[in-house]
Design a protein around this ligand. Structure first.
Ligand code: C5P
Length: 217
């Protein structure tokens, strides 16, 4: 049996970093489900598959050759860790993520990450669809401006740059697509705990979640 913590929320809320740090502290495995959608989007682009071709994309999803190894993401053995992090790939990921055919194919793969002693999983629908049985569900958010500032910093650090104002717009557009879609829309699970990380450090958020876990029934 695997204990499960889910951390859902909009893009740029710090979920990825927080998830891995919480998992590390608790000795759990971590799942970055957004990376799966990003990998699939990258794979589709590389293979010239249109992002609205749900049939073909779901076929690729059913045989996705991906490995998470030592902090690296390998697609068919190729290191795509940095390639999947661009804003363009995030945007493409949110386009293919609207299709239930695609989401259904990824479901089984995501569930397979739940191994003892535990898993911390981050995404949009971890607490609502993939792991509704999770013992602790967090909905992590921050204002669009704060999230854009964080992304901007990450992009600058990765030598990619970009305008802050354009990033706020991109983030708002992606929020709308994730919240407004019919299949597995982004929304807090009814039994989730809301954490607004605006003005909080990563360490503060991690500690808060670890404390909640120790208090969880
Ligand atoms: O979290 P990240 O920004 O890497 O996710 C990229 C996109 O993948 C999101 O905007 C969302 O549309 C999609 N996604 C999803 N369900 C998840 C994780 C990500 O639909 N569980």
């Amino acid at each position: 049996m695997s204990a499960i913590i889910t951390i859902d929320g909009p893009g740029g809320s710090g979920k990825g970093t927080v998830t891995c740090l919480v998992a590390k502290q608790l000795g759990f495995r971590c799942l970055d489900s957004g990376a799966l959608y990003r990998i699939l989007a990258l794979d589709s682009i590389k293979n010239g598959i249109a992002l609205d071709n749900a049939d073909l994309i779901s076929k690729s999803a059913s045989s996705l050759d991906v490995e998470f190894f030592n902090g690296k993401v390998l697609l068919k053995g190729e290191d795509v860790t940095d390639a999947i992090r661009g804003e363009d790939i995030g945007e493409a990921a949110s386009k293919i993520a609207i299709y239930s055919l695609v989401r259904d194919e990824l479901l089984h793969f995501q569930k397979s990450f739940a191994v003892a002693p535990g898993l911390v999983a981050d995404g949009r629908d971890m607490g609502t669809q993939v792991f509704p049985q999770a013992e602790l569900k967090i909905y992590l958010t921050a204002s669009a401006e704060e999230r854009a500032k964080r992304r901007h910093k990450q992009l600058i650090a990765a030598g990619q740059g970009g305008s802050l104002r354009a990033l706020v717009k991109d983030i708002q557009a992606r929020d709308q697509r994730d919240i407004g879609r019919e299949t597995a829309p982004l929304r807090p699970a009814e039994d989730s705990i809301l954490i607004d990380s605006t003005g909080m450090t990563i360490e503060e958020v991690v500690q808060k979640i670890v404390n909640l876990w120790h208090k969880a029934p």
